[in-house]
Design a protein around this ligand. Sequence first.
Ligand code: ADP
Ligand code: MG
Length: 620
Amino acid sequence: MSNATASTPKIKILDENLINKIAAGEVIERPASVVKEMVENSIDAGARNISIELEEGGLKLIAIHDDGIGIAGDDLELAFTRHATSKILKAEDLFNILSFGFRGEALPSIASVAHVRALSRFRDRNAGSEIEIEGGKFKSLKAAGCPPGTSIYVSNLFFNTPARRKFIKSPRAELARITELVTSYSIGNYSIGFKLKHNDRYLMEYPPAKTLKDRLGAIYGYNSLENFIPLPGTDEGAFDNPGTLLGYISHPDQAKSRATDIRFFVNFRPIYSRTLMAALKQGYGNKLHPKLYPVCAVFFNMLPRDIDVNVHPAKTEIRFKNESELFIKLKRVVEHGLRSAGVLTGLSIDENNESPSLSGQEASKPFSFKKPPEQKRDMQESLYKGGFTGPSAGPTPDQSNIDRETGEIKPDIAKEPRTEANLYDRHAQPKMWQFKESFIVVPLKDSLMFIDQHNAHERILYEAAIHRLKSGKTSTQQLLFPITVDLTPSEFARWTDYEQILAQLGYEISEFGGNSLIITGIPAGSDDSSPEIVLRKILDDFPGDEDIQEDLNRRAAASFACHSAIKAGQKLSPEEMNLICDKLFACEEFNVCPHGRPIIARLTVDEIEKKFQRIIPEKK
Ligand code: ADP
Ligand code: MG
């Protein structure tokens, strides 16, 4: 038997430093959490300009400077003490929170897991002070000369919590998160100037903006503003009036493969909400491909008593008193906005009827991939251009009759036929036709073959791209008129990460100042009608802050092929159809596209005859 008295655990109150470290585990998960807390503090302090500097994705250094009200020297140590806040005084205040912070937890938590140096000068004083804290241990406090406002330097984050440090992914993934986060805050607080610098490079330099539209222009490029549709009342509305729902949503053509550019703000605080996201998508009805997400910046201004921000330690999710009402309201203003812009037509919404079936009628129509007429172009040109103008390749390594660099068929070298290819004889020059501007129909000896034109072209481009990536031999077609693209900071960061792969694919791109690029060449064989859109879509498909598990080459090739391939709804000439068939059957795999969707379907004579209930005479 053990000695019960000796093993009885003693209950003790934890020391302050340990409490802070535990709290840090909740609030400070990664470098982006530090940036978030400090940016919120600067906004709460009434800053007009906020500037952030990072080294190694924030793991080595996060520095933030603001020109806000500052902290008086006698309060500086207190600011780093747990539950010390200037923002609430009594319990009632909790139901009337207008500031970002109120828990008084962030600064002591950060200081418990990093080396922190803070300099601050209260607006009305002529001198500032400086404090140093390391791993929660107070080091020094002294008078210091500094401009009004606050500067905080956080270095060696998680130096004393190795488990947490290990959990952090690469600096590039952390930088991607921080870039996303600062972009969100810079939209939600567009009247504040924001700068973000990583190592020696500025990723953002936004002066204070007069309107949300100005800030969106700074981020997405002023040329893209025409693609933003205002929600009703936005262009003339006051964003800080309680009860307003204002903002911009993108034209459905601008939809992205990720939800990252869907931004909701409640009282200027970026929040995540599945409910609101669903309402937004429903508002687009059948105009939005179900797998895509629009770009938006939507501001909800609510009375503090109608929301509860105190449900999540990092306050990224909040509780609405009346979520279903908000859902209907958002869906409806989105529909209104799209209708005013002429994107949605047909049945209009009955103001007094909230029945979802009203808009459901439109939503039940199948989504159409049809391109707007001005984007339709003669594919023959680009297919042939890719096929026959690329630099001629040296001897192909595997005797294949497909030119691995351009995707071109060498007409005089025959390839061993397999399965469907077996039945398809290019020399017989079967008369093909196009069905529904989507399928190529080829009459064979004993069957009719249907080829999905998009999936087929995707496969052709994919195999050519994979070959380029593997062999290191690129093949570029020069653009007659170079095209400039304004990227968002997040897209730009991704471009710098994947620049090399894009070059291997055949892109010829250079930096053009700020977050702009200039495209001078694109992979041979791809459509040159809107390379900037294709490039953005490819960047969108590259991993951002998530772990990369998949083979990047495959991902890049599949993404390039998918976005560059001809679409359903595009008219093809007989020559183009022939070319697609020839190239397809020279591919290593021609039954499925890189995403696994079938390319070919066949209807045999037997199947046709069965439909006519023909009795097939038995052979004697
Ligand atoms: P909270 O924001 O919840 O009050 P913090 O730990 O983030 O708690 O900050 C503690 C206090 O330090 C704040 O209430 C504020 O008074 C002061 N403070 C922090 N950052 C700044 C800043 N950039 N400018 C002025 N005051 C600041
Ligand atoms: Mg705070």
